[in-house]
Design a protein around this ligand. Sequence first.
Ligand code: EPU
Length: 317
Amino acid sequence: MLLDADARRWLADVTFSRVRYEEPMSRHTSFRVGGPAEAFVAPKTSDELSALVLGLADREIPYHIVGGGTNLIVTDAGISGVVICLKPCMSEIFIENISSSQSRVTVMAGTSLRLFCSHVIRKGLKGMNFALGIPGTVGGAIRMNAGTALGWISDVLESITVMYPSGLQEMIGRNALSFSYRKLMLPQLSCGKTFSHQTIIISGRFSLVRASSTDLKHEATEILKNRKCRQPATLPSAGCIFKNPLVGKTAGELIDHCGLKGLKIGGAAVSVKHANFIVNDGSAVAADILSLMDSVRNTVFERFNVNLEPEVIVIGN
Ligand code: EPU
C-alpha cells in the first residue's frame, strides 16, 4: 500500500470525494480481468486532472493512466498507487472548418474512438474509417498508434496536447512526434523528482477532408462487416495480443500454423476465429492469459524461430 491516511485525505479533497479504493480493474478492462487499483479516480476536467497529477508527483505517488482499458492486462495482484481513468469524463469533439474542403477536429482523450468515427461520418468528414471497429479511447489509440491494414492514427493526426506531471500543458505538432508501429514516444519533462511519472495525452487534433456522408456510411458498413467475419467480437479480449513481425508471416498466421487455435489455459483460449486473439470465456484470471501468451510465444519460437512481441501492455504488481 502506497497511500497513507494523509494521502487519502488529500485525495478526497482533490477529487471532491470521488476517489474509489480497491476498485476491481476487471470492471475497466475489455479482457474483464485484473485485481484492484489501490485508488481509482476519473477526473471531470483538465483542471482537476492537473491538480491531481501535480499533487501525486509532489508526493511521489505513482499513477497509471487508463483509457478504455482495451489494450491492457492488469495482473491479478492489482495496482499500487492511483489509477486515473480519462473515460468517460474527458470526452468532447470540436470541429473547426479551415477551408471548403478541410476540417480540423479536436478530440478529448477520453472520447470513445467508435463515437469519434461515427460522429465524423455523420458530419461528412473523411479520414477515420480505417479505425472503425477498433475499441478504446482516442487517447489510447494515439498512445498505441492504433491502426489496421487501412491506415494508422499517425496518418491523420495533426498535433496532440499533453500534460506533464508538473500540470503544465503543451501542444506538440506531428513533425515533433515520433511514431512507430503501435507506439508513440511521448516527451518526458523532468519534475525534479526521482520518481518518473507518465506524460498524459489530453487531446488530439485531426485533419479530415470533406466527403459525402452517405459514401462514408457505405464504406463503414463494409469495413465493419469484414472485421466481424475475421475477428471474434462476442467474448472479452484485448484485440490482437501480439504485434505483427516486421517481415514475414503475421502473428495470426504463425500461431495458426502452429495449430494453436482453441488452445486453453484456465478460462483463456486462443480464438478459433483469429489466432492472434486471446478470449476470456468469462472465468479467466490475468494469470491464465499471461500463461497462455507464454505458451504461444514458446511454441512459435520453437517452430519458426520468431520471437512474438506482445501488443498488449501488462501493468500491476
Ligand atoms: N490469418 C491466419 N490465421 C488467423 C488469422 C489471420 O492465417 O487466425 C491470416 C489471414 O488470413 C491474413 C493474415 O493472416 O492473410 C492477416 O490477417 P488479418 O487481415 O486478420 O490482419 P492481422 O495482421 O492479423 C491486423 C491488426 C488488427 C487489424 C487487422 C485488420 C496487428 C497486430 N493487428 O491484424 O488490429 O484489425 O490487421 O486491418 O497489427 C489490433 O490491433 O488489436 C487489431 C486487431
